[in-house]
Design a protein around this ligand. Structure first.
Ligand code: RB5
Length: 146
């Protein structure tokens, strides 16, 4: 699996924690930025990560901003993206099993690094269940025409 990861200034510290996790899990990743604490605009990092996932350059994406909200809105504008904003372990697991989400969004100002790291670990390790859930995801794909 290859992952693209991005953040704005509000998610930079948590992004560093998550890249440490990716290294620990032996997962190849590409960090698209940002890499400084200056104020930046989250779509400038969220959309490139989403495009890499959508065009198959990488398998999954992880996006972090202050709340995770802006990143998740931006990512979900890209055709083929199913981005979930997750701040608990239950939905981290179920959004992979049921929604086959291909991008995880989190907010650095919402949860601590310990929980966020475990959420990312669960999300990266959980497989899509398919079956009736594939029918439902297929209806979303059909609607967006991809
Ligand atoms: C930046 O201040 C903040 O608005 C951003 O990180 C994010 O929370 C937006 O949704």
């Amino acid at each position: 699996m290859k992952v693209a990861i991005g953040s704005d200034h509000g998610g930079l510290n948590l992004k560093r924690e998550i890249t440490n996790l990716l290294q620990e899990m032996g997962i190849e990743y590409e960090d698209v930025g940002c890499d400084c604490t200056d104020s930046v605009d989250y779509p400038d990092y969220g959309i490139p990560v989403a495009e890499k996932v959508a065009n198959g350059e990488v398998d999954r994406g992880i996006l972090i901003c202050g709340t995770g909200i802006g990143m998740s809105i931006a990512a979900n504008k890209v055709k083929g993206i199913r981005c979930a904003l997750v701040h608990d372990l239950f939905t981290a697991k179920v959004t992979r099993e049921h929604n086959d989400t291909n991008i995880l969004a989190m907010g650095e100002r919402v949860i601590g690094p310990g929980l966020a790291t475990e959420i990312a670990r669960v999300w990266l390790s959980t497989e899509f269940e398919g079956g009736r859930h594939a029918t439902r995801v297929g209806k979303i794909t059909e609607y967006e025409g991809s």
